[in-house]
Design a protein around this ligand. Structure first.
Ligand code: NAG
Length: 321
């Protein structure tokens, strides 16, 4: 919707990194202010239940904690975007406390259920239960001013345009638990996650927007036993209704990413892979007939080190790079 450039992709990474306190990125974040440093997990824990965290918003901003946030334009702001991210097991709830913008005059305030960067969506249209137009909530439309919007996964985004100085809005962000997270963007370049799709005909993507080393330690696809008994497993995943794919790419949308590996047979043990792309995705395709489940662990891949060792991990990612 808004043509966010490659620069914004990097701003996003810097935001994410500073939320988690990775010093490599903090050194280059000259735009980040003290408020960002406050966002780390320790402070989050120290805030007691009754205290509401409050701060003002910038035109391009990112939030990972609950609180009340205010934007007030000091000059006309035409292309603003607020990225919101929670833990994998959280939905994001957005409530408008106060809106003072000129909808008829062309101001914009819209929530998107997911993230969009450079036209690339997460979750992709293929993996989201709602159509693209249903994923937008336009606060300027009748009846939406008082509404509360809830995301379908741990990320959401707000687009806004406020043309007149002094105009703006205040909103409250809260997180609510999600027992079966399907689509997820990881807040950090390392972690561990178990994805379960219980008898649902849907596909789920777990995205890590860093180059990574990933170790898959357990994969259970419901058809394992039947296949084993009848015949030796076929080569590749052709025809399998349930499988796991690893994708790599430079953008946000899993449906535009390169398939790097398909796994369609259950195993216990450990399979490791290096993905030297800007974005890495574990995607599970599920027919709904079984309970599918996978556990994986990931950590950031040092592309420079890989290059020194003569490993060409990123060739596969993107000929554009
Ligand atoms: C899941 O993905 C597969 C392969 O990408 C596709 O054929 C199928 O239609 C998708 N299922 C749903 C429910 O979107």
């Amino acid at each position: 919707m808004i043509p966010l450039s490659r620069l914004h992709w990097h701003v996003l990474l810097i935001f994410l990194a500073s939320l988690r306190g990775h010093c490599r990125y903090i050194q280059v974040r000259d735009a980040a202010e003290d408020a960002l440093v406050l966002l780390n997990a320790d402070i989050k824990r120290e805030l007691s239940e009754e205290q509401i965290y409050r701060r003002s918003l910038r035109c391009i901003d990112m939030l990972s904690i609950d609180g009340q946030f205010t934007f007030k334009a000091e000059q006309p702001q035409l292309h603003c975007a607020l990225f919101i991210i929670g833990d994998p097991e959280e939905f994001i709830t957005i409530e408008y406390n106060f809106v003072n913008i000129d909808c008829l005059g062309g101001d914009i305030l819209k929530v998107f259920d997911g993230w969009i960067i450079k036209g690339e969506k997460f979750p992709s249209s293929l993996d989201h239960l709602l159509s693209t137009s249903e994923r937008y909530t336009d606060i300027c439309e009748d009846g939406n001013m008082q509404s509360i919007t809830q995301s379908s996964q741990n990320v959401a985004m707000i687009f806004f345009r406020v043309q007149k100085p002094g105009h703006g809005f205040t909103l409250t962000i809260r997180k609510t638990p999600n027992l079966f997270p399907c689509n997820v963007i990881s807040q950090s370049p390392s972690g561990k996650f178990t994805m379960i799709i219980p008898h649902q005909h849907r596909n789920c993507s777990f995205s890590i927007i860093y180059p990574i080393v990933i170790k898959i330690s357990d994969l259970t696809l419901g058809h394992f036993n039947e296949l084993q008994l009848k015949k030796p497993p076929p080569k590749g995943c052709g025809g399998a209704g349930d499988f796991l794919e690893l994708l790599g790419g430079a953008g946000l949308d899993p449906s535009n990413m390169f398939p790097l590996a398909d796994l369609c047979h259950s195993f216990h043990g450990s399979a490791q892979m290096k993905i030297g792309c800007d974005n890495s995705v574990v995607r599970m395709v599920s027919s709904g007939k079984f309970i599918n489940r996978v556990t994986f662990e990931y950590s950031q891949l040092d592309r420079q080190l890989e290059r020194q060792q003569g490993n060409s991990v990123e060739e596969v990612c993107s000929p554009l790079d």
